[in-house]
Design a protein around this ligand. Structure first.
Ligand code: C5P
Length: 236
């Protein structure tokens, strides 16, 4: 049972639950892009992200990556362990596209091997700027050892999900993770992993099956999210 609303973000609401140190994430139907400058509501989007994220967190748990995910409660809500979020967006890239092409001039689809890890400082007023490790140490309370742990987990998530998505004919291009500390101070994966936070391309056709269709206005968000969920359900 949900209790009071603790926090409302662009794509989710966070509620206290009846159990201490457990929270309920409720996935909203809103899609935003460009730090909230573009916004639209898609009936059913929350369900897709909740169910997709739940299945991906289950895969990761099976591979030994600790996360806040406990279980899906229903079609749009999941129960998670309470964490104190470290205000970093951790991006892992396998192929160049998106902001790295615009910012640094990489040719589209340049492969990154080993995968590239970037930190962005989570701050809406600053537009989530890209930062280096020293900035991360100064701007957050994360230690050097914790940043190393975060990077190790980020690469492990990439390995596990890259392989898993291949089994459903999808190429994992890049994605964003967030981490937090649980009540005993361990670093665990938090937030969500969904087509809102990953670039997912069909292996055969390079069709974009993620939020880029909304960001770029090139396709129907619900249609491509449904393709991802259907393919995931087929291997469940
Ligand atoms: O825009 P950019 O190329 O930096 O995005 C890299 C990856 O991080 C993409 O998969 C994108 O969906 C994700 N991302 C996100 N939330 C942000 C910024 C990027 O989920 N605020």
């Amino acid at each position: 049972m949900k209790k009071e609303l603790l926090y409302e973000g662009k794509a989710k609401q966070v509620f206290r639950s009846e159990v201490e140190r457990q929270l309920i994430l409720s996935y909203k139907n809103d899609a935003t892009a460009f730090n909230g400058k573009k916004k639209e509501t898609f009936a059913g989007k929350g369900r897709y992200n909740n169910l997709i994220s739940a299945q991906l967190f289950e895969q990761l748990a099976g591979a030994g990556v600790p996360s806040h995910f406990i279980k899906a409660l229903n079609e749009t809500e999941q129960l998670v362990e309470e964490t104190t979020i470290i205000p970093l967006e951790v991006v892992v890239r396998n192929l160049a596209t998106g902001s790295i092409v615009k910012r640094l001039g990489f040719k589209e689809k340049t492969p990154f091997q080993p995968p590239l890890i970037e930190f962005y400082y989570k701050d809406d007023a600053l537009d989530d700027p890209i930062i280096n490790d020293r900035h991360a140490l100064l701007l957050t309370d994360a230690t050097d050892a914790e940043l190393d742990q975060i990077k190790r987990y980020a690469l492990k998530v990439n390995d596990v999900l890259h392989t898993f998505f291949q089994t459903i004919g999808v190429r994992l291009i890049d994605f964003k993770l967030e981490f937090g500390r649980n009540h005993v101070g361990e670093i665990i994966l938090a937030d969500e992993i969904s087509p809102d936070t990953c670039r997912l391309w069909d292996i055969e056709t390079d069709q974009k099956l993620d939020k880029d269709v909304f960001r770029q206005g090139t396709g129907d968000l619900l249609t491509v999210y449904d393709m991802i969920l259907k393919r995931l359900e087929a291997v469940k």
